[in-house]
Ligand binder design. Sequence first.
Ligand code: LLP
Length: 422
Amino acid sequence: MIQPYEIENNQLSIGGIKVSELVSEFGSPLYVYNESVIRDRYTTLVNAIPYPHKRLHYAMKANSNLRILKLFLEMGAYIDAVSLEEVRLALHAGFSPDKILFTGINLKNEELHWLVSQNIRVNIGSLHMLQKYASLFPGTEVSIRINPDFGGGHHSHVITGGRESKFGIFYSQEGNYNQIPQAKQIIERAHLKLVGIHAHIGSGILEEKKFIELISLILSIAKHFPDLEFVDFGGGFGIPYRPHEKPFQFDLFAEHLEKTMQKFTKEYGKEVIIAFEPGRFLVAEAGILLTTVTEIKHTPKYTFVGVDSGFNHLIRPMAYGSYHPILNAFRVQGEQKEVVIAGYLCESGDLFTRNEHGPEVRSITTPLEGDVLAILNAGAYGFAMSSNYNMRPRPAEVLITPEGPKLIRRRETFEDMIRFFV
Ligand code: LLP
């Protein structure tokens, strides 16, 4: 797999461009994405699925930069969208309505009307919403999201299957909490055509067996619905963040997928399309947040390295205690210091090196004022979850293309931030 960066003369480059050059041209802090890594991950995933009729719906919530969406369009991807605005952006990027699957929840009637008027396929995740959809649009096509009574993911906040999750029409083999018969009844009464069955059980999953279990379960439900065009197993493929984590082994689930699909096709009597909805796997490793050291301070317990960014630009350490590898881009190797890397916001939790409980020290080549730190694996749920907290503007985004670095979102200004006040 292609790496997002190179090390030359102990300095970090991204796609052949020195970090020092990127920062002097575009400023700091800065999000940089390496296009060749996005292409590589997309191709890796397409090739890892041993089935001819397949679709990858890019989960655009992971990174919705317009230029990145256009890249996915060009590569042949479909879209997983979860808000009307995501749909509008995907349409604006050039995706046709039939390439978009909408899996948003808690919809108002007018939102459903808009989606249907735009010919967007709506994937419905509760009996209540299915009933509402059935009354508003009888005789149309629909897809349903199942909660298979188990989930997975890197943190409890991102597990979307199981009894504690708000998502999906519940399916359980235990007890009498199986909502599928009721869903079937609503579908039949309103003459809806159920063309898709979907599940997304969580995010950042590194256990291949979760997907094996999910595929078997979804197909066992799918065989009871005769009009299916697709089954969608959601996203959630993890990437290694911590040094001991291993990459997701697609070959471990591919064999199962191939066998189960062959068996399913025979029993079902026709081939259906299979879909996945990866976000993180496609863009996380391609993205690096560059931030400059502004001060170094000590307490009896820690050395804090202060930088010109914070959880307003990358909230994952604060929200989930997530680990992101961090390199000193100006001296990748050399004498190491144990430090805590601290953001510039007025909250103690604003640390780039922390776990769920608090600060976590990190070994890094002795940082000095003016050094640029590279926070790796920041391409997914980085910029996408950013904010203006403390009235701090969002950074610029740059894509390293074969033709060189391209600014794909300009840095926010004070004027940008105050334009909504009335
Ligand atoms: N499909 C649906 C319906 C989803 O809700 C999601 C993610 C995906 C696909 C894509 O999942 P992925 O392949 O990226 O794991 N902010 C969190 C992740 C939240 C994921 C939300 N849903 C984080 O930074 O870890």
